[in-house]
Design a binder for this molecule. Sequence first.
Ligand code: DGJ
Length: 682
Amino acid sequence: MTVEFDPDSRTFLLSTPRTSYAVRVVDGSVRQVHWGAPLGIGAAASIPLRPDGGDGEVLGEEFPGEGGLRFGPPALVVDFGDGARSVSWRYESHSSDGPGLTITLVDDHYPVALELHYRVHGDCDVVERWAVLLNRGDAPVTVEALQSGAWTLPRRAGYRLSRVAGEWGAEFQLSRVPLPHGESTVTSRRGTHRHQTNPWLMVDPGDATEEHGEVWTVALAYSGGFTLTASRGYGDHVSVLAGPDHDTAPPRTLGPGERLDTPMTLGLYTGGGFGGASHQWHAYARRHVLPAPTEERPVLYNSWEGTWFDVDEAGQIETARIAADLGVELYVMDDGWFGARLSDRAGLGDWSPNPDRFPSGLGPLVKEVHRLGMRFGLWVEPEMVNPDSDLYRAHPDWVVHQPHRRRTEVRHQLTLDFGRSDVAEWAYEWLSRLLTDNAIDFLKWDMNRPFTEPGPPSTAAHTRNVYDVVDRLRARFPHLRIESCASGGGRVDFGILRRTDQVWTSDNTDPVDRIAIQSGYSQVYPAAAMGAWASESPNPINGRATPLRFRFHVAMAGALGVSGNLREWSPAERDEARALIAEYKRVRHVIAHGELYRLTPPDAQTVVVQYVLGGESVVLAWRVRGRIGRPELPVRLRGLDPDATYEAGERPYPGGLLLAHGLDLDLPRGDHASTLVHLRRR
Ligand code: DGJ
């Protein structure tokens, strides 16, 4: 975790525990010379610059602009108002403070400057980067595009691109395809990434596996619209430009003396395959992103799949008593508790308890939940409004809209313009009041629609102000914990994870579908933050029937929750759920803080994941579909000490046997059999 400098070649070397990243200042532009296995400053200084591309194209720039021999997507386009749109940098200075480096460039002619910031850590291989554009003049300039930066990969043959795509109920579906020549763009114009995409991608030379091979990953720590463009030139030159802008993002004015900071882009190189990349991302999230990483996530109950919009004091108290008896630690009341919110058609924006459902306010329910020894959580959707609400009738101008254009509704709701400081302040005030007046421990912060008709500059300002409101709430209510939700996993990224404790991964709670969703999520994001519920059978979303044990075992791969109408669960179901929750509590520290190994692909007949923390390991195995004549193979475990003896219950297992021969799962016959094996070193 150091930054070294070679003054002769003007090469900077950033070192992480297992990787090196080197850049060089050449003719006023900063060019990347190495990103990969570790090397010393002498070696970094001697690496030749990447040869120019066709037509003399300048390659390998950390922050490519427009103009000159630059033909790729630009990180910066500035309109100076006199016909000039390009920048021409000259090096001004640099400073380094141990793990951080800042290189400052200034334009040859116009009074604008650019700071390129870098930071590395001593305990993971992620390189953090961001940029700051400064207007040092006395006239405004128009910024048409400002991205966070470009990452250049070494030249290898056969590059492949991995990313996730999806839909509502089918988030995080992993796609892995050859990287085509030209530009491949992962982007969202929905104001946040929603279910269709997620702000990261991975590139490998075509031969990486789960356990072996080189993988380069780029992510953006940001919850708004974004673009990641992977460009592949004919000579196998590959670079990835990452940032918050996309082709319909509006320009911004940068006034005299003002600055624009970009979101952070994150780069990770590993030689350890896709699994190795996940280990590093998870370590980064746990050590440098999540606000309370060492806390165990409480087992929660959520009312949504139990009572849907039909919540009231008596029903919730009755359910809370059952939940407490099962071992639930956090009781979350979902949608339907406020205003005229009897369905998704009305009431959003009117944040006081519905007097018919909660005649004495939330107090009696919160008190009872606390008396039962659980924490209390509440669903809110602060960025939205139903047109049929008192809020909208009073402030029709508060929503994102354009003059003379229809206000497009999604789920019968409109988006409040959080980019306006008065709207953001209103939200901060009512949320603060709600938290002051009621002993609320947890908020599920939902966001159920994409942006439409965004007026400049609302989406970027919106994201900034959402962050600001959450940050201020956390500072004022330090005990508060928050779940990020956007119709399921529509807002999961390193920007929101910096200020929330967990995410709602998907509205699809069917355990079979969930296996692929969770596997895609786990490529980058940590189990500690992955909200997962064991709910009803048949599943209310897709109608599939599965055993309770299977539902729980799949949900145990993250932060376990329960949903469903507990009042209708039989005594036998409740007993089984109680035992499974107790089992989860014995192992959740290993799942949350351990290293995850995906031992099989997510579409295997029996899917197996393993977590290792020190001398403990947890194996979760889920048989999706049994087939006669195809018994399970022993699963070879990972990350264990071959010379140690482990035991599961009373049964001893030599570590070497588990690594070389594997663990025999001994699953019972039939579809949807599952098991949890907890191994402890003797
Ligand atoms: C969408 C969320 O993903 C669900 O869990 C639930 O909170 C509903 N919104 C409530 O409207």
